[in-house]
Design a protein around this ligand. Structure first.
Ligand code: SIN
Length: 349
């Protein structure tokens, strides 16, 4: 009888305090504007990555009502300085955390400049069905109407939601939930900068609730073949941005500096100027892979359109923009140097 009473009281306490239901969310902080500080609340000049994760969390006490949050600082940088090395550290740390039973979800605070790239790298390399959510801010923490606090709260909501499981790595920004494959930073300054122009957002987060409208059809996380757990470096891949009158000397240095792949950010449907076409053919002859992407913000680069890809051994980037095509090519090169297999990856991921 006494034991039963004790059990009932314990359950009741748990219900009152809410700890029994609260998910455990671990935050990995990397810097960015969300941790930025400026001299004035109304001016745009500021320094990214100044505020530590503890201070960010203290600014949003409401988070402790919805989750048990722990955090660690991985790096403190503006994301314009992101490197392969930091990506590998992040991927390995997320994998370790995701394998712990007590961790229910992971949030990564990140600068917005390269957030879409980090999200895509992680969705291809981390093997978990647990929610992994990237979040940042367009205004520094000292600005009037800073967007970081609500974005951080929303990210914890998304990472805590059972509906977020199996969605791959997502970005939660300004009320939208966007999948890593399609998310793009579309505006240099506006808070509604992240969108998925080709496929639309996966869902929304509003008033502490998530709502999903669709799932990504691309392979990610537990379905991805890419494994970086034993890697310390990634194959060197660069991007060439095309324009009218581009000259061969913009591309030639890439033939002799250790590049294993070149992503060509072409015009239109990934078209290539006659001034540099022969250089890209030379690259192929040297075993360097060439991906045709486009500087046009929406629409796919389709295989064998104006360019006969099979004739030249080129790869079409499909819906991936040049910066994400670079990531997939780097990872593909960790498994194969066969352009047909790499094209298959571009069709599936
Ligand atoms: C950065 O990407 O770290 C700077 C810009 C931002 O976070 O919005």
């Amino acid at each position: 009888m006494v034991r039963r009473l004790f059990l009932m009281m314990t359950v009741w306490c748990a219900v009152i305090t809410g700890w029994a239901q609260k998910p455990n969310i671990h935050i990995l902080a990397t810097g960015g504007t969300i941790a930025g500080t400026g001299a004035s609340s109304t001016q745009t000049n500021y320094t990214a990555g100044q505020v530590a994760i503890g201070t960010l969390l203290d600014a949003v006490p409401e988070i402790s009502e919805i989750a048990q949050v722990t955090g660690e600082q991985v790096v403190r940088i503006g994301s314009q300085d992101m490197t392969d090395e930091v990506w590998l550290i992040l991927a390995k740390r997320i994998q370790e955390l995701a394998e712990q039973d007590e961790v229910d979800g992971i949030v990564i605070t990140h600068g917005t400049d390269t957030m879409e790239e980090t999200a895509y790298f992680l969705t291809l390399t981390v093997k978990t069905g647990k929610p992994v959510v990237l979040v940042g801010a367009m205004r520094p923490s000292t600005a009037l109407s800073a967007d970081g606090p609500l974005n951080l709260y929303d990210a914890v909501v998304v990472a805590s939601a059972p509906e977020s499981k199996g969605k791959g790595v997502v970005v939660a920004m300004n009320g939208l939930i966007l999948d890593a494959h399609s998310v793009v930073k579309m505006n240099t300054t506006n808070v509604q900068t992240f969108q998925s122009p080709n496929s639309g957002a996966l869902g929304t987060v509003y008033n502490g609730k998530v709502h999903y409208d669709q799932v990504s059809l691309k392979k990610h996380t537990t379905f991805s073949v890419f494994d970086v757990t034993t890697l310390d470096t990634l194959p060197k891949v660069g991007i060439v941005y095309s324009y009218s009158n581009i000259e061969a000397d913009m591309v030639e240095p890439m033939l002799n500096n250790g590049y294993r792949g070149i992503v060509h950010a072409g015009v239109g449907n990934g078209n290539i100027h006659t001034h540099i076409f022969p250089v890209l053919e030379q690259a192929r002859a040297k075993g360097i892979q060439v991906v045709r992407a486009s500087r046009v913000p929406t629409g796919p680069v389709t295989l064998d359109a104006e360019v006969d890809d099979d004739r030249y051994g080129f790869i079409a980037s499909q819906e991936l923009n040049p910066q994400k095509a670079r990531i997939l090519l780097m990872l593909a090169l960790t498994r194969t140097n066969d352009y047909r297999r790499i094209q298959q990856y571009f069709n599936e991921y």
